[in-house]
Design a protein around this ligand. Sequence first.
Ligand code: PLP
Length: 378
Amino acid sequence: MTALYFDAFSTMPLLPEVKTAMCQGLEADVGNPHSHHLHGLIAARSIDRVRSSLAKCYGGHPDNYVLTSGATEANNFALRQGWQWGGRTGVIFSAIEHKCVIESARRAGEDGAQFRSIPVEPNGCVNLNAYAEMLKMGPSLVSIMAANNEIGTINDVEHLCCLAQAVGARFHTDAAQITTHDDFSVDLTGVDFASFSAHKLGGPIGIGALYISPIVSGLRPLTEGGGQQGGLRSGTLSPLLCEGYAAALDVWTERGAVLRKKNSELMGLLQNTLGEFAADERIFGPAFPIRHRANLALKVKGDPELILAQLFGGLSISDGATCSAGSIARSHVLDAIHAPRGEHLLRLSVNPLCTDFDVHSASTLLLNALRRVAELAE
Ligand code: PLP
């Protein structure tokens, strides 16, 4: 395929180390990692390996991680099960959370939770006055993402978590997009729950994790079955996906600073080559350093679908949250930050495997497409 790929926030291409680990995994003997014979025990080493890589990358103890199919499942687990404790019923979440958090909160509502969204500032940061007022109501669970997947807002998770825990609430963060921006530590932030996803950092699609603090007890599983993972998440885990995820985590643990610097350099070049189209006033979300270094959310006036159609086959970018693909409804994130109705979002996200040449070519393609769509509209 020759099309350029600038959509790492949807999924990042596999890191070479991940491909190697997964190819080796394909050669391994068959065995269900939850079986107690020799083949099972050998397969189970991949599970131990990924849990240990999670703890090295994000802190905590390997046993504090429940492996899931990705951040969607991890978020569902935390939001739908994590609020049921201590007789409290309030679930609050920031207005720019990923759809899977918002929909899970709604589901918790069907089970008796009272859910509300916390308003955000025009840059996507939580409105601290509104947050303080909502905390006074004594929620049982707060969910605020570490990094937003559309406009790239970075939240001060440590501070927001501290405020929530001071009123006795549990705190969950969706940390699916943070790793390519900065280090993230469950120990330093003190969160009760954190959701992660392998494919946002160059690992395979189909695996992620939920960190559950050791002080959280009495959590019920989201799905029932054979009682794997201490009864918290039934279902057979894939050793192959575990190997790939562990390899990706190890790369970010060992070389994260270098890769993130590369992301920043690529982003600087991208903004330079896009010139006035990427000027500060033409970007959604905050300015650095509280904007994700790999994300550029351009404000465009033309129909984003037309622009994407012009780019089809040449440059793959997103017109918002492709995780909710299929829906052409305006993004709830733009509504939450009160973006004018005529302003649309085009998202370009870089990854450390991109080259400078890729960036120059992508900019040329995008500028040409923007001009053509503008001409068509005249
Ligand atoms: N949370 C955020 C912030 C995301 O960006 C995404 C995917 O785009 C998800 C959750 C869902 O992750 P997954 O694809 O691992 O289920």
